[in-house]
Design a protein around this ligand. Structure first.
Ligand code: FES
Length: 490
């Protein structure tokens, strides 16, 4: 039987996103067997792959990292200890397989000898030995010769898959069946967050126990100190802390995941300014970093209340929860806004900003399989960027469209980033639209012309109040279902 791979592993091996392979399954280019694909089918679809020159999973990881800009990723090799354990596990599998093969081989040889004896005994007998037995003997001889004299070149994908197993572990979460890989020195929690999964956690530091999960199969290894003590009963049932452990090999765990804003607790964290960077004359990127031991749990698209000194503001988070330590905000210059004045004036790297939240329900519909249209106006791009980065981390297979209407006040201040996403991802389309403020109607006409049947989409709209009101009213007047429409005023 052909070796089969999960979609995540297959995508890594051939250097595309999981979404791309899902599209190929939907269009019938690739067969799927219970969510698995065969190595042979993959090789047929990507015949140009060669082991020596094309380490696909590194390529796709690089594309994603470059698309996300200078982001968190510390691409470290697993520690020597973890590597040794993974190699040990694979060696054990190999020894098992070898022992199995030897047993099968011995069985076939015994069977052949038995048939030969029967033939000899029956040589002088009458009637002549059954032709079927002779034929079976001949088949066995041929098969044995083929197996023993076989010089098949190993399938490069199978070889790459073995290498990938040593470098990173594959994890499946039950009951959602979400999958991700644990690379380098990552904890299981960090790897899950990086893949866009909202698993339950609190301190991310081994203290609170909120990231407790049950190991259904596979082994974990502690890589960080933990103060939280699991009870003996929990240990016996296989519970572990995701924030303190890494996966030794492929792993199946039972863990809680958040899907709605109500699952996320309110938090108060003192973060530090990492940088304030100009995005234009009247626009700044505020980069805050939380303490390593007190990171912010949020869903993509949510807001935070930021306080610096006496001044506060509520701003959408413009980055992905897959990096819960580095938080970005797009701040417009505003003489009436004390917080914005600090950002454009006195706020310097290293200074404290208190975060409170998160708030808001401008979040991705976790269970939807519809394609998505994001409509942003000016800094409405900030929460949309968070949603888009989250969708990319999840490797959604659905088509993603971004229509960004920009007035001269802001311009398309991160156009290069949007273009790099469009270059890197097959399923993403970027449409920049320059307009005078409030020109939502014109934009909606253009979107309607490009997509005659909008009902097959989820639509997310973010921007100034007048724009959001106009865009959502236009959609609803045209009969677009309210349940597929999510809006945020920025
Ligand atoms: S998140 Fe608190 S112990 Fe893991």
């Amino acid at each position: 039987m052909q070796q089969r791979l999960s979609l995540s592993r297959a995508a890594r091996l051939v250097g595309v996103t999981r979404g791309t392979l899902q599209q190929k399954i939907q269009t019938g280019e690739l067969r799927s067997f219970d969510g698995m694909v065969s190595v042979g089918d993959l090789m047929a679809l990507f015949p140009e792959l060669r082991l020596e020159s094309d380490i696909g999973f590194e390529r796709v990881a690089k594309i994603r990292e470059e698309s996300f800009g200078k982001r968190l990723r510390e691409r470290l090799l697993p520690s020597q200890e973890i590597l040794a354990q993974r190699v040990f596990e694979q060696s054990r599998e190999l020894v098992d397989l070898r022992a199995h093969l030897q047993r099968y081989h011995a069985m076939v040889v015994r069977l052949r000898e038995h048939l030969h004896e029967q033939e000899m005994r029956a040589a002088g007998a009458s009637p002549a030995p059954a032709a079927a037995a002779q034929e079976l003997g001949a088949i066995l001889d041929r098969e044995l010769e083929a197996v023993l004299g076989g010089t098949d070149v190993p399938n490069p994908l199978a070889v790459m898959d073995d290498m990938l197993r040593v470098m990173s572990a594959h994890v499946v979460i039950h009951p959602s069946r979400h999958e991700f890989f644990v690379d380098g020195a990552d904890t299981i929690l960090d790897a899950a967050l990086r893949s866009g999964l909202a698993v339950n956690y609190g301190c991310s530091n081994g203290n609170c126990g909120l990231c407790k999960a049950r190991v259904v199969s596979g082994q974990v290894q502690k890589v960080r100190h933990q103060d939280y003590v699991l009870s003996e009963a929990e240990k016996r049932q296989g519970y572990t802390l995701l924030c303190s452990n890494t996966a030794v090999g492929d792993l199946v765990i039972e863990a809680l995941e958040s899907t709605v804003p109500g699952d996320i607790p309110e938090q108060q964290i003192v973060a530090r300014v990492k940088a304030v960077q100009a995005l234009g004359d009247d626009l700044a990127l505020l980069h805050l970093q939380t303490p390593r031991t007190n990171r912010l749990r949020f869903l993509a698209g949510q807001n935070l209340t930021l306080t610096a000194g006496e001044a506060s503001a509520q701003l959408p988070i413009a980055s992905c929860p897959c990096d819960d330590r580095n938080l970005q905000f797009h701040v417009s210059r505003d003489a009436q806004d004390g917080f914005a004045q600090q950002v454009f004036g006195s706020l310097k790297a290293g200074e404290a900003v208190t975060l409170f939240g998160p708030w808001g329900d401008f979040v991705l519909r976790a269970d939807s399989v519809r394609s998505i249209i994001f409509i942003a106006c000016d800094t409405g791009f900030a929460p949309v960027k968070s949603l888009l980065e989250h969708a990319m981390a999840l490797e959604l297979s659905e088509r993603l469209y971004l229509y960004w209407l920009a007035t001269p006040r802001t311009g398309h201040y991160l156009a290069n980033l949007c273009r790099s996403w469009a270059d890197a991802l097959d399923n993403f389309t970027y449409v920049p639209v320059a307009a005078e403020h409030g020109d939502a109607l014109e934009l909606m006409r253009a979107i309607g012309a490009g997509h005659p049947d909008l009902n097959g989409f989820d639509i997310y709209v973010a921007g100034p109040e007048a724009f959001v009101d106009s865009a959502t009213a236009t959609l609803l007047e045209r009969g677009f279902p309210q349940t597929q429409l999510t809006a945020a005023i920025v």
